[in-house]
Design a protein. Structure first.
Length: 157
């Protein structure tokens, strides 16, 4: 077993490696501050005391970031078109983050990638009772609603 402690590595007879990168098992301060002090020394600067570097240690990354939105796109070959077609199966933005341009940015990113891949087009489904449909979110981004195509499903359950 490889145990990572505050100041040293000890190798024991086992096959598990433990990495404590967020301070759950050990205090990360000595390792982080020593790395910063070493880097500053190597660059020719006088490193500050460890206590002066405490501001460099923050909460675990999961506490700093939260999911505010995502988009899922599938790049599909189309048998009757010469190029790929992109299908957006999900675009989700947390309610508290809506209206800040996040959805617009995610769509623009997918459009950019579709152009790089030389796709023939992009498609998505939007339920008519959803808020995004009611406020014409996709139409305002340049998407066209197909008036001549019906979306069918075949329930298996």
């Amino acid at each position: 077993m490889l145990l990572i402690t505050n100041y040293e590595l000890r190798i024991m007879s086992a096959s598990t490696i433990l990495f404590d990168l967020d301070g759950t098992l050990t205090d990360p301060k000595p390792g982080i501050t020593r790395c910063i002090q070493f880097a500053l020394s190597e660059l020719g600067h006088r490193p500050p005391d460890a206590d002066e570097l405490h501001w460099c240690i923050g909460p675990p990354i999961k506490d700093r970031f939260s999911l505010i939105g995502y988009i899922t796109v599938h790049w599909l070959p189309c048998p009757f078109r010469p190029k790929l077609q992109g299908y957006i199966s999900e675009l989700f933005i947390q309610k508290t983050a809506r209206g800040q341009g996040i959805g617009k940015t995610l769509l623009a990113t997918v459009i950019s990638e579709a152009k790089i891949r030389e796709c023939s087009g992009l498609m998505l489904l939007n339920h008519k009772e959803r808020e995004s449909y009611q406020r014409e979110f996709y139409r305002k981004q340049g998407w066209l609603e197909r008036e001549t195509v019906a979306n069918f499903i075949y329930p298996l359950i």
